[in-house]
Design a protein around this ligand. Sequence first.
Ligand SMILES: Cc1cc2nc3c(=O)[nH]c(=O)nc-3n(C[C@H](O)[C@H](O)[C@H](O)COP(=O)(O)OP(=O)(O)OC[C@H]3O[C@@H](n4cnc5c(N)ncnc54)[C@H](O)[C@@H]3O)c2cc1C
Length: 377
Amino acid sequence: MTSPLRVLIHGGGIGGLTLATALARRGHQVEVAELRDELEALGVGIIQPSNALHVMRETGVLDACLAAGFGWEVLTICDPAGTVLAKIPQPRMGDAPANNGIPRPALAKVLSAAATGAGASVAFGTTITELADDGEGVDVTLSDGRTGRYDLVVGFDGIGSPLRKRLYGDAYRPEYTGFANWRVTLPRLPEVQGVVMSTGNLTAKALLTPITDDLMYLGSVFAEEDGFRPDPERAHEQLAERLAGFGGPIAEALALLTDPAAVVHSRISQVTVEEPWHVGRVVLAGDAAHASTPHLAQGAAMAVEDALVLAQELDAADGVPAALTAWEARRRPRAMWVQALSRAVLKQETGTPTTPEEDELLKVGIPGAAHVLVQPY
Ligand SMILES: Cc1cc2nc3c(=O)[nH]c(=O)nc-3n(C[C@H](O)[C@H](O)[C@H](O)COP(=O)(O)OP(=O)(O)OC[C@H]3O[C@@H](n4cnc5c(N)ncnc54)[C@H](O)[C@@H]3O)c2cc1C
């Protein structure tokens, strides 16, 4: 399509802001409605693997991401005592580093500046209150009282997606996996030049990820009751107790941990919309359509790929509905593969029985997955 489209993006997170940039750079008229009152993100880091960095390049923000983060090439595997078992070079897409660790607030700033710089408007503290699709366009009322008619409405509104509920009712609710992730930002240890993964027993795996020259984050996953929440007074001690069997860099990192408020605890859930991801001119993308467990560090990478491919299919197709169909045909198999393998890795690492299909998938493993994901899609 060559004529500019009017697009409303519901959700200004990682995927929504990337789509806003990709579309605005193509001359489309883009508005983002973001529920939060201001640009904010969890105060921990995120890994941008090579396929995410490819999208950052295509949307003009690669250099800004690399400047705000810590590029790295080699995954180091240690035993629980900290003895190095393997150093695994990670594949690249192009000449960017294989991975970039970056603080989430810094990434949010980069993506937001790119979206507004490209001409998109971002309204904070705003959500959709009414929506009616008549086949030719979508009439929307926003919570700030504005009304508009759009050619396309995109739900990049996260795992709890209100737009998903509007389209499908309660058919697709996030499913708690029984596991939760503990993360904390700490001063970077000099030896943490890339992800250092300490593993070797079935109750825990711990990762150190560099996110700037000065900072790294410690992350680990544990089985937990649905209602469990860390004690706000002693969350740091609870994390240290869970990782008590580890020596080497994990023990060194734990020695730096003194502030319970620094510990970020996230329940791990997943959701898959089995029906088509679009209904008429309203489409779900990123976590709203296909949230995975974080075991391949690919959830945000899939969201930004969704964004880039949607922009490409809108370029190529003759009409919005045709573009959405073509987009989903490219995206669903890849996102479902990531989701299934992420879930299988979670089960394997936690000693949960796997199915024969999962055993087959696990032959690829985490390092193998990185090689699959740098292939063209
Ligand atoms: C512990 C953990 C570690 C992870 N680590 C990685 C990693 O290293 N690498 C990686 O690639 N992925 C990682 N992920 C996954 C990644 O965080 C998500 O997949 C990614 O953020 C999804 O992007 P999104 O844009 O779809 O949703 P989000 O980034 O969640 O954005 C959704 C946005 O929608 C907004 N919103 C919600 N409701 C409304 C509403 N009613 N109206 C308007 N706006 C609304 C929200 O405020 C938010 O800004 C991790 C996830 C977890 C849980």
